[in-house]
Design a protein. Sequence first.
Length: 190
Amino acid sequence: MTLFTRWFGKKSGAPPVYGDMADKQTRYEALVNALHGDIYRYAYWLCRDPHVAEDLVQETFLRAWRSLDSLHDEKAAKSWLITIVRRENARRFERISPELVDLESVVLADPTPAGEREQEGEWLRRQIDKLPDEYREPLVMQVMLGMSGDEIAEQLGINKNTVNTRLFRARNQLREALSQSNEQRGQGNG
């Protein structure tokens, strides 16, 4: 058997190598079409910069393409991609060295609120950021990605009951923060 027939097959028509590539391309396109929005939202939540989020998603899907053959269960695709984007985000911090700035020379702009709704959204984001990682991460996965308790448990490598407890505590902490904020507003208005 010659090298040519080993690689391209004996029959006329599409060689087996090309057929495998076409199958891989079809699977990959289906994966991107189905999950791109969720992966982008999660990446944006991680970095809060649309350009960086786009880069994270692009790197995520590039790594997914390279490793697509290792994905045997299509039900695990979302968790698999979430793991990749989390790792890509972590790599982003490994590659940069922070630039030191003299604080006395920095002038801070006075932000003007664009609207009450944006203020509330920003307030909520700050409160979620204040949550410990163990509570924040499952909450974001549930709210932003629509993941179930089982999916979150699998993704984080913890028990489903632990996920439910962390979600419960995260929501309680947000409720308490909202209650305190409302009390402070009431005191300021009275």
